[in-house]
Design a protein around this ligand. Structure first.
Ligand code: NDP
Length: 685
């Protein structure tokens, strides 16, 4: 087994497609609970310029040759392979000080993020290599000059510099959108817990699922790596604000305008609503959430609650409830199953946190927990980096600074009282930008005032109340589909957020030109581009035969008053505009009775459908339906159906086809416009 056979082992970096040891023996990394050496880390002698060149020249082109769906399939297979090996990661994770629950966030939370991006890539992105962004802009009156934004993968390497607290999730949450975008990465884990990242990368490489060079790993210092970055590279950083600022100002990053995403210290808050006094469900939920956030991962979470903002009248009750709850948390060696909170990552980290508690004491007094004498249920109290949860109270938070400025990266929070909702909002803002703030209230007006007040200062806001008590994902969990990042002190960066996160690794380009050429570039037909009407109904064509621009113009159909009345009675939609001439005339939009919008759409289908069995398998919806001109009795409808986008699925015998559908009347005016979505077989059956 990895941890027992060769311990402490010399960690290796994976660069240029080869596992490489540093030139020196390296620095020892110690088990957080026992102090036993786990690994040695060193990266000296590595040629970082060559690693970057390898990523750019070898891995980037191979990734860019794949479509979004192919990359998504790669992520899914990788996630499955890692999940199959998860117990090995759990076993090693204990050395970082993580309990099984902490490790679950890191290991399965990270793998889940890969799964999530795999699924989003397949469902929300086309099976292409270029992504069209936004709508077509028509730039000429006659429609011969238009524009569209496209996104293409950057041709450099994404350098991910990660924090020590989530050696797996921290890597995977950044890798998933990077690889899906088509960019290779160099991962640099924080040294303290790099052995777990190294193990996971080793297993990733062994699967053979990753395209060559798409993930490189540096265990140890990145040396002169950043000296070689250019404008096609991306650097992301998670860690302390001091290091983040230093790296952001690196000359090569500034000179080459390298995209730099930073996620740093964050004085996150939780606000108890004025309505949520002791005895309410929200009060109980709040106590649970604050205690959980303080103790999960021993408070070493970028999203942990540092500031507990509570109505002055309820502060004493809150402190008493938190004291009682925190007192029950079993602190000790995470290898012991009864332990609920493990040690900090290292003795050095504990010294750092104790120093920050002393800084906080300038504004606040300790009301629960002794920072000096850890009360452990198991483990070596001398060698392990154990620290009791410590709760502070700051009576005048409006006049205090330290409690809003100093992040003690451990099981530490400060309770701050407030009297009015504006005051609570002001206290949150004093954090100068946070990753997340939660608000616990069951009063819609309080929720509105607090959330809208604090939103500009937060990347995410969670509202907690009794209705979501069982289903809430909690204050501290960044989710793949939601933005993770925050303004100001939180670093000003943005990660995750679903497909938004993928776009961080792509260049947005406005492309202008004649519609035909724009269609060729984007792989999507646009108005004004050439069409093909070869006499064969496009519904008779399989994906192999169909081309974008294939078009059908139908016969016309006149809408009779009886049709409108029949449709109204048949469906039950007897809205007055269809049934009552006088009332319809009084309506500012109509000159008399009009056809139902859904009647128009139904007649349109009757006009364009080819009824016999064939390659078209199903209609799965319409997008962007707009009814633009009223249809009156005796108007004649005609449909123009044009193949707009073809998405063959990988691993299936069919794909999606999007059709541009335009319904006009006898004057040529567009009465309805929408996209029809169908499933079509790849070949004729
Ligand atoms: P650091 O900022 O020291 O390190 C973060 C990452 O940057 C690590 O991978 C580190 O590598 C790397 N690094 C450090 N210096 C350089 C450099 N000159 N060039 C390139 N990379 C560099 O943070 P720590 O992980 O040590 O944590 C310190 C504090 O940061 C914590 O106590 C906490 O307050 C805060 N923190 C905040 C987080 C957040 O998201 N809000 C997350 C984690 C930490 P190496 O480990 O090899 O030095």
């Amino acid at each position: 087994m990895y941890i027992l056979a060769d311990r402490p082992r010399r960690l290796e970096s994976y660069v240029g497609g080869v596992w490489t040891r540093g030139a020196k023996d390296g620095v020892a990394l110690l088990d957080a609970a026992t102090g036993a050496p786990v690994a040695l880390i060193d990266s000296s002698g590595i040629d970082f310029a060559a690693a970057l060149a390898y990523g750019r020249e070898k891995a980037g082109p191979a990734l860019r040759r794949m479509s979004f769906h192919e990359r998504a399939a790669m992520l899914k297979a990788l996630a499955q392979a890692l999940m199959d090996r998860k117990e090995e990661f759990y076993a090693l994770s204990t050395a970082t000080g993580a309990t099984r629950t902490d490790s679950w966030i890191d290991i399965e939370g990270g793998i889940g993020t890969l799964f999530s991006y795999a699924s989003k890539g397949k469902r929300e992105l086309p099976n292409t290599r270029v992504l069209a962004d936004g709508e077509v802009e028509t730039l000429s009156r006659d429609g011969t000059f238009s524009a569209r934004h496209i996104l293409t993968p950057l041709e450099g390497v994404a350098i991910h510099i990660n924090a020590f607290n989530f050696p797996c999730w921290g890597m995977l949450e950044k890798l998933a959108p990077t690889l899906l975008a088509g960019m290779p990465a160099i991962v640099k884990p924080a040294s303290q817990t790099a052995y777990l990242t190294e193990l996971m990368v080793r297993r990733m490489v062994e699967t053979g699922l990753l395209t060559e060079g798409s993930v490189q790993l540096v265990c140890g210092s990145v040396g002169d790596l950043l000296d070689h970055v250019d404008g096609q590279d991306v650097v992301t950083f998670t860690g302390s604000a001091v290091t983040g600022r230093k790296l952001k100002m690196h000359p090569a990053i500034i000179e080459n305008s390298v995209r730099f995403t930073m996620e740093a210290d964050s004085l996150n808050a939780a606000v108890l609503g004025l309505d949520a006094g002791p005895g309410t469900e929200e009060f109980e939920l709040f106590v649970k959430e604050v205690a959980r956030e303080m103790t999960a991962k021993a408070g070493q979470k970028c999203t942990a609650i540092r500031r507990v903002i509570a109505p002055r009248a309820h502060s004493d009750a809150l402190i008493a409830a938190l004291d009682e709850r925190l007192g029950k948390v079993a602190l000790g060696n995470p290898a012991d199953e009864s332990v609920r909170m493990g040690p900090l990552a290292s003795l050095g980290q504990r010294e750092e946190v104790r120093a920050r508690i002393r800084d906080l004491a300038a504004d606040a007094e300790i009301v629960a927990g002794d920072p000096a004498n850890p009360q452990v249920v198991s483990g070596d109290v001398e060698a392990g980096a154990f620290l009791n949860p410590v709760l502070l109270f700051c009576g005048k938070p409006g006049a205090a600074r330290a409690v809003h400025d100093i992040e003690a990266f451990g099981p530490i929070s400060t309770v701050m009282p407030y009297d009015t909702a504006e005051e609570a909002v002001d206290l949150v803002k004093r954090g100068k930008g946070s990753l997340v703030t939660s608000v616990f209230t069951n009063d819609p007006r309080i929720a509105e005032e607090l959330v809208l007040g604090i939103a500009p200062f937060n990347g995410r806001v969670m509202i907690g109340n009794r209705a979501s008590a069982k289903t809430s994902t909690g204050h501290g969990s960044p989710l793949p589909g939601l933005v993770h990042g925050g303004p100001g002190r939180a670093g000003g960066g943005e990660e995750l957020g679903g497909i938004r996160g993928v776009k961080h690794y792509m260049q947005r380009t406005a492309v202008q030109g004649a519609p035909g050429l724009l269609s060729a570039v984007t792989g999507r037909w646009i108005e004004g581009a050439p069409v093909r009407a070869d006499g064969e109904h496009p519904f008779r064509k399989s994906l192999a035969e169909l081309r974008i621009g294939d078009q059908l113009v139908t016969a016309t159909r006149t809408v009779a008053l009886e049709d409108i009345e029949h449709f109204a009675n048949f469906t039950g939609d007897t809205f007055y505009a269809h049934m009552d001439e006088e009332a319809a005339r009084a309506n500012p939009f109509f000159d008399g009775r009009v056809a139902h919008g859904y009647l128009i759409v139904s007649f349109a289908a009757g006009l364009f459908v080819d009824p016999a069995p064939g390659p078209v398998l199903a209609n799965y919806g319409v997008d962007n339906l707009r009814l633009l001109t009223p249809v009156y009795p005796d108007d004649a409808l005609q449909v123009r159906l044009t193949c707009k986008e073809i998405n063959p699925r990988i691993n299936a015998e069919h794909g999606e086809v999007r059709w541009d559908c335009r319904v006009t009347n006898q004057t040529g005016a567009t009465v309805a416009q929408y996209d029809v979505l169908t499933m079509v077989a790849k070949t004729r059956g």
